[in-house]
Design a protein around this ligand. Structure first.
Ligand code: KG4
Ligand code: ZN
Length: 382
């Protein structure tokens, strides 16, 4: 008899995660073992260390997810695992474990695209809150440390379709947060630090501008005239602009003071950095965040209009950003468009989103092949 229970496993980057979700709409457990402390000294994810930590964590994390859900492995209907995109060695740990479990239990294995998982994090929580089903097509912005993508999402029965209508041509938005935080002597990952410090600065103090990367549109043509043209983001320029500001305003000495002060504090947080940030630095942080959020907001709403989206979904680690939530919510209200964000816990990487995305695939009979392997550059949609 079907229980509707799916065990999701996620190991694409620096979180080892497992969760049990019923019918894509009810979270029974959601366990995440973060590796932040391991990678912090390096200011970024070290792939070899990530694989090693996944190996160490995968068994206890899955056991904890099953125990917290109050079920046994036999109760599961299927095992779902992230197939990609992500770090090859990291993905392989989750995939190998999920495959063995599915084989041993004689249960179907379902492969999930990490980016589709992020989109389903929002859908899962909307269902849990018993909100109206999300109006489709939805324009989904997936914005994290590795990705900045716009998708048009629609469904036909249990089959979801994604069309990729925008992407970054260089760094992801989260990567810009991480690199700027590192440059300024703040902690890792940088997003939450910048988020916490930005309200103390003047967001209009430093006039950052984005070089508009235009796909080759013909004269007078807009995206609406030719929807095949993608919306393009670029976040490497602003990172360089922050570096140039630091150089020309001679901020390196104060950065070094901050860096070494924070290094003395075990498990330092953004509040610990505040006394070591002068007003000029806080203004720089606030202006950087405003510029990135504005650029994301402008293009997301342009794309929603161009593709006549009925709602907007925001997900991925950067969706946790408070200024982003406030500005996107205000603009959605102006456009009378419904907008949804995941809770903070489901914004960053987790396995509930993987189990939720797998449910329609199980219903649709989309099982993973026995030779399933890691797909580090897996794309979503066409
Ligand atoms: O989705 P995620 O956990 O992993 C990837 O798939 O990349 O996203 C992590 C990213 C990091 O770049 C982190 O700095 C960023 O999300 N992030 C934030 C915030 N919380 C996490 N960026 C801005 N503001 C935040 N509050
Ligand atoms: Zn992610």
């Amino acid at each position: 008899m079907s229980t509707g229970l799916i065990l999701g496993i996620e190991s694409s980057c620096d979180e080892t995660a497992a969760a049990v979700v019923r019918r894509g709409t009810e979270t029974l457990s959601n366990v995440v073992a973060s590796q932040i402390a391991i990678h912090t000294p390096y200011g970024g994810v070290v792939p070899e260390l990530a694989s090693r930590e996944h190996l160490r964590n995968i068994v206890p994390v899955v056991r904890a997810a099953i125990a917290e859900a109050g079920i046994t492995l036999q109760d599961l209907d299927a095992i779902a695992v992230t197939e990609g995109p992500g770090l090859a060695g990291a993905l392989l740990v989750g995939i190998t474990y999920a495959k063995s479990l599915a084989f041993a239990l004689n249960k179907p294995l379902i492969a999930v695209n990490h980016l589709e998982g992020h989109i389903h994090a929002v859908l899962l929580e909307q269902a849990e809150l018993a909100e109206e089903p999300v109006s489709l097509p939805a324009l989904a912005l997936v914005v994290s440390g590795g990705h900045t993508h716009l998708y048009l999402a629609r469904r036909n029965g249990d089959h979801w379709y994604y069309r990729n209508v925008g992407h970054t041509v260089d760094d992801a938005a989260g990567e810009a947060f991480d690199k700027v935080a590192k440059l300024l002597g703040l902690g890792y990952p940088g997003g939450p630090w910048i988020d916490a410090l930005a309200p103390h600065g003047d967001p209009y103090a430093v006039p950052f501008s984005f070089a508009q990367i235009k796909p080759k549109l013909h004269r007078g043509e807009t995206h609406a005239d030719n929807p095949e043209r993608p919306f393009l983001f670029s976040f490497s320029g602003i990172k360089t602009a922050v570096l140039r500001y630091v150089q020309t305003h001679d901020l390196f000495p104060s950065i070094e003071v901050r860096r070494s002060a924070l290094a003395q504090i075990s498990q330092a947080r953004a509040a610990d950095a505040l006394p070591f940030c002068d007003q000029e630095t806080l203004n720089l942080i606030a202006s950087f965040q405003r510029a990135v959020v504005d650029d994301l907001r402008r293009k997301t709403f342009q794309a929603a209009e161009a593709f006549d989206a009925a709602s907007i979904l925001i997900s991925g680690g950067v969706a946790a950003n408070r200024e982003l939530r406030v500005r996107f919510t205000a603009e959605a209200a102006e456009h009378s468009l419904p907008i949804a964000f995941p809770s903070l816990a489901l914004s960053t990487d987790n396995a509930a989103m993987v189990a939720a995305a797998a449910w329609p695939k199980l219903m649709d009979g989309q099982y993973a092949p026995a030779e399933l392997s890691a797909e580090p550059s897996l794309a979503l949609g066409r």
